[in-house]
Design a protein. Structure first.
Length: 248
C-alpha cells in the first residue's frame, strides 16, 4: 500500500476499532505488523504509540476507561449498572444457544440477546467518553443499535461473527451520534453567534439613532439579508428589543 496521509489515517481508524474490540488496547506487535510494509523507523512507531495513548488506548495493557468520565457520567453509571446487576447471569453456553436461536429469527431469543448485550454497551460507551457526548446518550444509542443488530443477523455468515457484528453496530452508532451531536453544536454556536451579532449591531444603531431600528437597517449594516435578521430575532425568542417588531 502506498504511504500517504489518507491511507495512514484509515489504518489508524481501523486500529482504533480493533482496540475497542480488544478491551481498549493494542499490542506493540499489532502496531508494528500493521505498518510493517512501510518500514517505519523506531521513533515513528513511538509517535504512533503516543497517539493511541492520547486517545486512551493502551499499548500492551488496557487504557484507562474511567479517565474521561465526567461526574455526571459516573453518577449515571452507578445507577444504571445497579439496575443491570439485577439481570440474570448468562453462561457462555447459554449465550451461544441464544445466539443460535436468534440466528433462526426467534423473536424471544432476539429480545434475550439484546438483554445479554446491555453490559457490553456500557463498556463500549466508556471508550467514547470525553468526546462531547454524555455516556447516558451513548448508551441509549448503543442499545438501539443492539436492538437493530439482532434482527439483522441473516447477513452474518457464522455464529463466530455475531459478536463482532453486534459490537461494530454499537460502535458505529456511538460514533455517528458523536459526529451528529458535534455538528449540531457547531450549528447552534453559529446561530448563537449570529444572534449576538444582530443584537449588538441593533443596539449600536439604537444608541446612535435614539430609536428602534428596522431589520433592513441592521441587515444593511451587517451585509446580510433581512430574512437572516428575522431568523436571529426568532431564535432569540424575540429578545432583541432594539428592532421594530411590526416590520417582521
Amino acid at each position: 500500500m502506498e504511504f500517504n496521509q489518507t491511507n495512514f489515517a484509515q489504518i489508524l481508524e481501523q486500529l482504533k476499532d480493533s482496540a475497542r474490540l480488544q478491551g481498549n488496547m493494542l499490542t506493540s506487535e499489532q502496531v508494528r505488523e500493521t505498518f510493517g510494509e512501510w518500514n517505519l523507523k523506531e521513533e515513528q512507531l513511538v509517535l504512533i504509540h503516543d497517539y493511541f495513548r492520547k486517545n486512551h488506548i493502551g499499548i500492551d495493557e488496557p487504557g484507562d476507561e474511567e479517565e474521561n468520565l465526567s461526574t455526571e457520567d459516573v453518577n449515571f453509571l452507578e445507577m444504571y449498572l445497579a439496575d443491570l446487576r439485577e439481570l440474570p447471569v448468562v453462561s457462555d453456553g447459554e449465550k451461544r444457544a441464544v445466539i443460535m436461536s436468534a440466528l433462526a429469527e426467534d423473536r424471544d431469543a432476539q429480545a434475550k440477546l439484546v438483554e445479554i448485550y446491555l453490559p457490553q454497551v456500557v463498556e463500549l460507551s466508556k471508550l467514547y467518553a470525553g468526546q462531547g457526548a454524555l455516556v447516558e446518550d451513548l448508551i441509549g444509542e448503543g442499545n438501539v443499535a443492539v436492538a437493530a443488530a439482532v434482527t439483522m443477523l441473516a447477513c452474518v455468515e457464522s455464529i463466530e461473527e455475531v459478536e463482532g457484528f453486534i459490537a461494530k453496530m454499537i460502535m458505529n452508532a456511538m460514533e455517528e451520534y458523536i459526529h451528529a451531536d458535534s455538528d449540531s453544536r457547531e450549528i447552534d454556536d453559529n446561530v448563537l453567534g449570529k444572534v449576538n451579532e444582530v443584537n449588538d449591531k441593533a443596539k449600536e444603531l439604537y444608541d446612535s439613532y435614539l430609536r428602534k431600528v428596522t431589520a433592513r437597517e441592521v441587515a444593511d449594516e451587517l451585509g446580510i439579508s433581512e430574512d437572516e435578521v428575522w431568523k436571529a430575532v426568532n431564535f432569540s425568542a424575540d429578545h432583541i428589543d432594539f428592532i421594530q417588531k411590526e416590520e417582521q
